[in-house]
Design a protein around this ligand. Structure first.
Ligand SMILES: Nc1ncnc2c1ncn2[C@@H]1O[C@H](COP(=O)(O)OP(=O)(O)OP(=O)(O)O)[C@@H](O)[C@H]1O
Ligand SMILES: [Mg+2]
Length: 412
């Protein structure tokens, strides 16, 4: 049953409309002349359809229609006008009302119109809610690190592919604007880059953005960095922000690889992110820079998004993962072992190791990170786990090197 409410200042019009609503699926649940009493009745009866009769230059009717479309978007408004003039149409359009008719002659015409509008608006609302859901669930993840060569691109490319292997829609953006090398890691030959997109299209939509992306065989859609450092400045922080808010609603994951600086463009990505995967390592120079970066992220109110990855976690006596935790003071969600032959062979072949060496320790570690992201279980810190939880995690790493395991998970 569709609940209909009628509003008109003229009693005769009210009864005319009422007489035409004969369909048994439509029920007139209330009527009013307008003003506050109309608002009260709307509040109390929650109609599905509100039919508002608007006289000539009837600003009250238009204002009411505007308030309802704005504040009660689940109530669909139909405006019945005396004359369909350009002025009336403009006024209705600027009030956000798009369903306008003159009073039909027959009951069937009016009832059919109400049904059509109800179905059309209902599916529009559902589509809107669906997009909302996608928007909320889509994750924008910036891979950041306080120094060059930490493994940001290695992690970005392999993680993007691993997520795509789990049937996720993944976009990978190379925001290392001067020396981006995602295309080399993935052995793709981009026809267009982020700089071309920024230069050619001022108000992009998702279709135009896609024509500037290169599709990797894994299904990951890659927006590559400019081909030469001098094009970096074409990419501005402001436009990056609007590009990200456009892209994020079409992908499950947007992975952003960065250069290790706090430039405006990097900051716009960090701010737009739902998570910052902060890559660090076990040497004192990296940790010094990491600590500085973390305090900057804290002052920018971004620290709560940080999850730390310790890359090339090798057993050394001087610095342990527990020390990293103390220095950086953010949850460590993963460590990736060091395996130079696998990492470099993959890079030189242009085939990321999750594809070329899927059973390697490196690939298993990336697989674990993808798992954590998909399950949303990133809210732990290896150093804060109970002994039982630590044992469960150790089992997942499947490494044979017992010293490495216990040193990594040890609570010091
Ligand atoms: N866990 C690892 N074990 C061994 N080698 C690794 C590991 N991770 C990355 N590497 C190697 O380290 C080098 C630097 O990695 P990568 O280019 O991913 O770092 P980056 O942080 O993106 O650097 P840049 O700041 O220059 O962009 C590469 O040769 C890569 O193969
Ligand atoms: Mg890199």
């Amino acid at each position: 049953m569709i609940k209909v409410m009628l509003i008109s200042k003229i009693d005769a019009v009210l009864s005319n409309i009422r007489k035409l609503i004969t369909d048994e699926d439509l029920s007139v649940i209330a009527q009013a002349a307008g003003g506050e009493s109309a608002l009260d009745k709307i509040e109390n009866t929650s109609p599905d359809i509100l039919i508002i009769n608007s006289g000539i230059n009837d600003t009250d009717a238009i204002n009411l229609a505007e308030r309802i479309t704005q504040y009660k978007p689940k109530i669909f408004v139909i405006l019945i006008v005396e004359d369909m003039t350009v002025d009336v149409l403009n006024a209705a359009n600027s009030a956000g009302v798009h369903n306008i008719i003159t009073l039909p002659d027959t009951a069937k015409e009016l009832c059919d119109y109400i049904h059509t509008i109800y179905n059309k608006e209902k599916s529009r609302l559902n589509a809107l809610n669906e997009n909302q859901r996608v928007r909320w669930s889509s994750k924008v993840i910036t891979i950041f690190g306080a120094k060059g060569g930490l493994g940001k691109t290695t992690i970005s490319t392999n993680l993007a592919i691993k997520l795509a292997e789990q049937n996720k829609k993944v976009a990978l953006i190379d925001l290392d604007l001067q020396f981006g090398d995602v295309h080399i890691f993935m052995d793709i030959d981009p026809k267009e880059t982020l700089a071309d997109l920024m230069q050619d299209v001022y108000e992009p939509n998702i279709d135009s953005v896609r024509t500037y992306m290169t599709v990797h065989p894994s299904g990951v859609n890659v927006l590559c960095a400019p081909k030469s450092p001098e094009y970096a400045e074409i990419v501005s922080a402001e436009r990056m922000q609007s590009l990200l808010s456009l892209i994020r609603s079409y992908y499950d994951y947007v992975i952003i690889d960065t250069a290790s600086d706090f430039g405006d463009v990097t900051l716009s990505a960090i701010e737009a992110s739902t998570m910052i995967l902060f890559v660090t390592g076990l040497d004192i120079s990296i940790l010094k820079n990491s600590k500085l970066s973390m305090s900057l992220l804290e002052s920018l109110k971004q620290k709560n998004k940080v999850r730390v990855i310790v890359n090339r976690a090798v057993e050394i006596n001087t610095i342990s993962v527990a020390d990293v935790q103390k220095i950086i003071d953010a949850p460590i969600i993963a460590r990736i072992p060091s395996d130079y032959p696998v990492a470099v062979a993959a890079l030189n072949r242009g085939q990321p190791f999750v594809q070329s060496a899927p059973k390697s320790k490196l690939s298993l570690a990336i697989g674990d990170i993808a798992d954590i992201l998909i399950k949303g279980t990133d809210n732990f810190d290896i150093q804060q786990l109970t002994p039982k939880e630590r044992r469960a995690l150790i089992r997942r790493y499947k490494t044979k090197d017992k010293t490495l395991k216990s040193s990594f998970f040890a609570k010091k």
